[in-house]
Design a protein around this ligand. Structure first.
Ligand SMILES: Nc1nc2c(ncn2[C@@H]2O[C@H](COP(=O)(O)OP(=O)(O)OP(=O)(O)O)[C@@H](O)[C@H]2O)c(=O)[nH]1
Ligand SMILES: [Zn+2]
Length: 205
């Protein structure tokens, strides 16, 4: 199996004390983390998020994107419900890595949008592969998710691997003057649903 479970521990946070499950993706050596709360293996759809690593947004308070705010909102929503799962996927920079993301930011500082910057560097607009999620979800006994995301590609990828997406819960948070173009480009070039489709529980965080 390409992704193997290594160990689990408690992870106390301001929102709840999660169980943290560590996984190793053997081919790349990438180390992924899953946070779970409550009984997620009882068969009922689980409130969940696939969160792609963004060191700048998740840890360094960057306002260039909405990642840190989405991470916090998702963890809060899971805590409120007392049950859920967050896959923290080490897919920094939509799969191009941190240093290439900084190169892309440099091009964006010169006027490119996020997609143009990736392409100028010789990458696809989005290089993420969600196949790594399946062994992690299987390990946790999860077959069905209520997925917190605005990205239809995540819904499609999960569905194609046999995971039921019982509901898509919009996650609209973290908008600020610095990430206007970034969010607009996600909507226009990456098919993200940024409208007010319906007020999901994570939106109210
Ligand atoms: N290459 C590149 N990656 C970026 C940029 N800004 C953010 N990212 C990365 O994008 C990933 C998050 O993807 P997003 O497109 O913001 O959102 P998403 O995960 O597809 O969708 P949601 O589930 O709705 O959040 C993280 O890995 C970030 O590091 C950028 O300008 N260039
Ligand atoms: Zn980000």
């Amino acid at each position: 199996m390409p992704v193997v479970f290594v160990a689990a521990s408690k992870l106390p946070t301001p929102f709840a004390t999660f169980t943290m499950h560590g996984f190793l993706e053997k081919a790349s050596g990438r180390e992924h983390v899953v946070l779970s709360l409550g009984d997620v293996a009882d068969g009922a759809p689980v409130l969940g998020r696939l969160h792609s690593e963004c060191l700048t947004g998740d840890a360094l308070f960057s306002q260039r994107c909405d990642c840190g705010s989405q991470l916090e909102a998702a963890m809060q929503a899971i805590a409120r419900e007392g049950r859920g799962v967050l896959l923290y996927l080490r897919q920094e920079g939509r799969g191009i890595g941190l240093l290439n993301k900084i190169r892309a930011y440099e091009l964006q500082d010169g006027g490119a949008d996020t997609v143009e910057a990736n392409e100028r560097l010789g990458f696809a607009a989005d290089q993420r592969d969600y196949a790594i999620c399946l062994p992690m979800l299987e390990h946790l006994g999860i077959q069905s998710l209520r997925l917190m995301t605005n990205n239809p590609r995540k819904v499609k990828a999960l569905t194609e691997m046999g995971i039921t997406v019982a509901e898509r819960v919009p996650l609209h948070t973290g908008h600020n003057p610095h990430n206007k173009l970034y969010l607009a480009t996600k909507a226009s070039k990456l098919d993200h649903m940024m409208g007010n489709e319906h007020q999901g529980e994570a939106d109210r965080a």
